[in-house]
Write a protein that binds this ligand. Structure first.
Ligand code: XIL
Length: 447
């Protein structure tokens, strides 16, 4: 019997995984430290994944960060219908294979995303009549799942089939419009037969808290469970920002789905923001997953802010230079891991000093310097202020000065400790002595 190509590749990859496992076993001290997201999550019996784009795998820092931190990979676009079956019946797997091969050779699991979705759908699908569309949908599921049979831990079988807003209705799509509600059930049945080893998931967004949309998904899953329609998990995309924050009832919502007898997974997590506020939101998400036994893993929707689909919102755990953000430390801590302060990926301790003149009168002025911590928390800072001759500083507050000629070096009085991204300021009054020129404020140093 001839083995299909992927099958051979998988056998080779399995060999590599075995070697990787042995190597890991030989470094138990490292494993105990749980100083990566993946190892900390493994300590909680969960995976920690990232969406991966094939075209960034050649970037050394991207691959190194992915390989070091994550235990699961979801191809970000490469398994979508437009990428895999751009014209009917001719499948293209090259880009998806690159992600899968990379992941497998590093011992990562792969999530499959996604089989039936209204978006990133090639236009030929929308031209088919009902009978033809049903055949094409099943053909697509069989084509993809057959190619990766046995290699995918969970598949998003159907993505985003419900409408936003309060109605709880199904979203209009070629599938919904021609085949009716039953297309979802049919997709799951076809998927089960195509790869019985894969967990079959329904995946959606704005279903993270209890609301009309999640109620509708809940009713569908409950119905599927009662009628034996094969569904194993529900994915919660969890794209959050200020307009769509982490819901207060996130855990309760995950739990009610889990109580239907399905696993729950956080599948596309990103949270726009920065600093300690973003970190606190990430903590809420991890805590919610850990509080629900059947929450089996978390995937963040990308490795680095610079390649995020919402890059303007800096929603991920690594910045554009692959430095760990406060959100990273928060996730690692919430997972029960602990960072090594000397880790090269840690954010550098830094600060900036910004000067403004806050008051001005004929014989003098008040200056203010705002000190802002960079991406890491700081415990102290130093800034220099040089007042041009013949000016003299007559008083200073919220800082401690030492003098060398007309250079004033200012250190904290009570306000040395700053969280990442947080600010404090000191102020001073200058006697002009005939000159209104601006002082020079030197760069900030932090420790
Ligand atoms: C996004 C990708 O991140 C982008 O690169 C692409 O341009 C559009 O799709 N819900 C999903 C994901 O299920 O597939 C989407 O991914 C984000 C929203």
């Amino acid at each position: 019997m001839t083995m299909p190509l992927r099958c051979l590749a998988r056998t080779a990859a399995a060999g590599l995984v075995a070697v990787a496992a042995l190597t890991a076993a030989g470094h138990t001290a490292e494993a105990e430290a749980a100083d990566t997201l993946g190892s900390a999550a493994a300590g909680q019996d969960r995976y920690f994944g990232a969406a991966v784009a094939a075209n960034h795998l050649g970037e050394a820092d991207y691959a190194a960060t992915l390989d070091r931190e994550f235990t699961s990979a979801t191809p970000e676009n490469e398994m979508k219908w437009d990428a895999t079956e751009p014209s009917r019946g001719s499948f293209t797997f090259a880009a998806a294979d690159r992600v899968v091969d990379h992941a497998q050779s590093r011992g990562m699991d792969v999530r499959g995303h996604t089989l039936v979705w209204h978006s990133q759908l090639p236009s030929w699908v929308g031209t088919l009549g009902a009978a033809d569309l049903r055949t094409a949908m099943n053909g697509h599921i069989n084509g993809l799942m057959g190619h990766y049979k046995g290699e995918i831990h969970s598949w998003d079988v159907v993505n985003e089939a419900f409408q936003d807003g309060g109605s709880g209705a199904r979203r209009s799509s070629p599938f919904q419009d021609r085949l009716g509600d039953g297309f979802i059930e049919e997709a799951f049945r076809t998927a089960r037969a195509a790869d019985p080893a894969a967990k079959l998931c329904y995946n959606d967004y704005n279903t993270d808290g209890v609301n009309a949309k999640s109620n509708a998904v809940y009713a569908m899953v409950k119905d599927f469970r009662s009628r034996g329609v094969p569904i194993d998990c529900v994915g919660f995309q969890s794209h959050f920002n200020s307009a769509s924050p982490v819901p207060a009832d996130y855990r309760q919502n995950l739990q009610r789905f889990a109580d239907l007898g399905v696993d729950v997974q956080i599948t596309e997590l990103d949270i726009e923001g920065s600093g300690s506020a973003q970190a606190a939101d990430y903590t809420k998400v991890v805590d919610a997953c850990l509080a629900v036994d059947r929450c089996t893993g978390i995937t963040v929707w990308g490795v680095t802010d610079k390649y995020s689909w919402r890059s303007g919102g800096t929603p991920l755990l690594f910045d554009g230079d692959y430095r760990k953000k406060p959100a990273y430390d928060a996730v690692l801590t919430a997972l029960g891991g602990s960072g090594d302060p000397g880790d090269p990926g840690d954010p550098t301790v830094s600060c900036t000093a910004a000067y403004t003149r806050t008051a001005d009168w004929s014989s003098g002025y008040n200056g203010q310097v705002t000190i802002t911590a960079g991406d890491a928390p700081i415990s102290s800072w130093t800034a220099t202020v040089t007042v041009p001759s013949p000016q003299s500083v007559s008083s200073l507050w919220n800082g401690t000065p030492t003098w060398t000629g007309n250079v004033m070096t200012v250190r904290p009085s009570w306000n040395g400790t700053l969280a990442a991204g947080a600010s404090t300021s000191f102020g001073f009054t200058v006697a002009k002595n005939g000159s209104g020129a601006a002082p020079t404020v030197g760069g900030c140093t932090a420790s």
